[in-house]
Write a protein that binds this ligand. Structure first.
Ligand code: BT5
Length: 230
């Protein structure tokens, strides 16, 4: 599936690197560090050396395209599980270990392509306190070979993107719910308007289901956090 791969020492953002060029779908670009790594809504992504920062191109019009942030987070969580970690998926685009963020996913669209970005904290020894971030090394004390890790990650992505194409998002619903962060807990979803509710799970289209004072509601966008915790 992923036929060509470029590994850069440094770039502004692997997302911009792919957006700016006319490259084939499934091209992958990796960088050792990014000077302007970004998250959603213009937030910045801390991209010091030691992490794995990659983006790849997909054609538009894939089945259940809107669920890609969840599918890619799920593929990362499968990779981490295969390595012996116990990952949680934070709806809609994060993977957590030990209550801290280890990976973020960003999906952006151009006219005929989707650019999928993954930032995975691997060998970093620490982060600014306010980020509430963690790396694989900080969890288990081991230093990982990032090339090996990337190859494994691409395998998990390939398998799960193929499954999405063949069977649709609905077959992922239960597996994602089983490792959904805050499931069964009272949360606030910033849409950006705050909505309080009990996190029930996800719907067949990947929306977040909250039991609110007005009944069960589905949400397609937002940032979720535990009620009373920043
Ligand atoms: C994301 O956004 O989590 C998507 C991050 C995608 C990064 C990849 S790296 C390769 C590709 N090239 C790019 O330029 N981007 C993609 P969001 O859900 O908006 O979360 C952003 C928030 O995560 C920030 O505001 C911080 O609070 C936090 N954060 C920043 N850097 C982090 C890190 N290294 N580890 C954990 N949390 C971090």
């Amino acid at each position: 599936m992923f036929e060509s791969l470029l590994w850069l020492k440094e770039t502004t953002s692997t997302q911009d690197f792919l957006k700016d060029k006319k490259l084939n779908p499934y091209t992958v670009v990796v960088a050792d560090r990014q000077t302007k790594g970004r998250g959603r809504l213009g937030r910045s992504w801390h991209s010091q050396e030691g992490g794995l920062y990659l983006s790849f191109l997909l054609p538009r019009g894939l089945r259940d395209e809107k669920t890609l942030p969840l599918i890619v987070s799920y593929a990362v969580s499968e990779l981490l599980k295969s390595l012996g970690f116990v990952p949680a998926i934070k709806w809609v685009n994060d993977v957590y270990l030990s209550g801290r963020k280890v990976c973020g996913v960003l999906v952006e669209g151009t006219k005929d392509r989707l650019v999928v970005g993954i930032g995975l904290n691997v060998n970093q020894e620490g982060f600014p306190q306010e980020l509430k971030a963690i790396s694989l090394r900080m969890v288990c004390g081991r230093v990982f070979d990032r090339v090996e890790l990337l190859m494994l990650l691409l395998d998990f992505l390939k398998e799960n993107l193929h499954r999405l194409k063949e069977e649709g998002f609905v077959v992922f619903k239960k597996d994602i719910e089983d490792r959904l962060l805050f499931k069964g807990q009272e949360v606030v979803l910033y849409t950006p308007e705050p909505v309080v509710g009990l996190l029930e799970g996800i719907s067949a289209d990947g929306s977040l289901l909250l039991m609110t004072s007005e009944g069960l509601k589905g949400f397609a966008v937002g940032d979720v956090s535990l009620r009373g915790v920043w």
